[in-house]
Design a protein around this ligand. Structure first.
Ligand SMILES: Nc1ncnc2c1ncn2[C@@H]1O[C@H](COP(=O)(O)OP(=O)(O)OP(=O)(O)O)[C@@H](O)[C@H]1O
Ligand SMILES: [Mg+2]
Length: 218
């Protein structure tokens, strides 16, 4: 499903954020990326999502060479295949719950009815039906987090990527998130989570933990 082949990511002053990283994630796998701060987790996730390009090496997602795609094709591919859950929620605070959830579908030629059906289903699933027209600023932290997950699912992606998804959550909400993650895994999604939250490291349903140290795979 996801292949990184001999990836180097070099920033200014010849700084190697990633050094010769190769890793494969199979369909339906739930994989954790673990490292200390600055290890390179977010850099890997943004390469997988086509949000940035490697300095050398290749990234393939569902056999598409996403690292070679021009940016607009990469973002189209991302919209169609990948749900991204950000550490900072990246919600648009002055927009309603509904409008935030459909952001990944814009611009698209989706049928209005189909969009509203999907939104209704997600609102119900995440217990947000009553909050559909509320602006996000007024929601509780846990509700905002569920909007973030709903937004990542609106395009029905086969791949879910989450960057430190519990960093801003208390223990109860972190456990809720973990339960959602298991549900997504049961639905057959391929999932990559970057985290250093110890909560994740003893979960029986995690398939693999990939550890990185200063850009090098351990
Ligand atoms: N755009 C950039 N320009 C320069 N250096 C960068 C850039 N993005 C990341 N880096 C550097 O690359 C390294 C890896 O960063 P990355 O954000 O991937 O780490 P991380 O494992 O996600 O850390 P954290 O756990 O703190 O989120 C860091 O040293 C960081 O400073
Ligand atoms: Mg990070």
């Amino acid at each position: 499903m996801i292949k990184l082949e001999n990836i180097n990511k070099i920033f200014a002053n010849n700084f190697y954020a990633l050094k010769d990283i190769s890793l494969h994630v199979s369909k339906g796998e739930l994989v954790l990326l673990k490292s200390a701060s600055g290890g390179g987790k977010s850099t890997i996730l943004s390469l997988i999502a086509g949000l940035s390009k490697p300095s050398s090496g290749e990234v393939l997602v569902k056999d598409e060479r996403i690292s070679k795609l021009p940016d607009d094709f990469a973002s189209l591919f991302r919209r169609q295949n990948i749900g991204f859950i950000f550490q900072k929620f990246n919600l648009i605070e002055d927009l309603s719950v509904r409008d935030n959830i459909i952001v990944p579908l814009i611009p698209s030629d989706f049928d209005e009815d189909l969009i509203e059906k999907r939104v209704a289903r997600l609102l119900q699933r995440f217990d947000l039906s009553e909050k559909k027209e509320e602006i996000v600023r007024n929601l509780s932290g846990g509700q905002q987090q569920r909007v973030v997950i709903a937004r990542a699912l609106i395009n029905e992606p086969s791949i879910i990527i989450a960057d430190e998804p519990t960093a801003n959550l208390d223990e109860k909400l972190s456990l809720d998130f973990v339960a959602f993650l298991q549900e997504l895994q049961n639905e057959g999604k391929t999932i990559v989570v970057a985290t250093h939250d110890p909560l994740f490291f003893n979960l029986p349903f995690v398939d693999r933990i990939i550890e990185i140290h200063k850009g090098v795979l351990l």
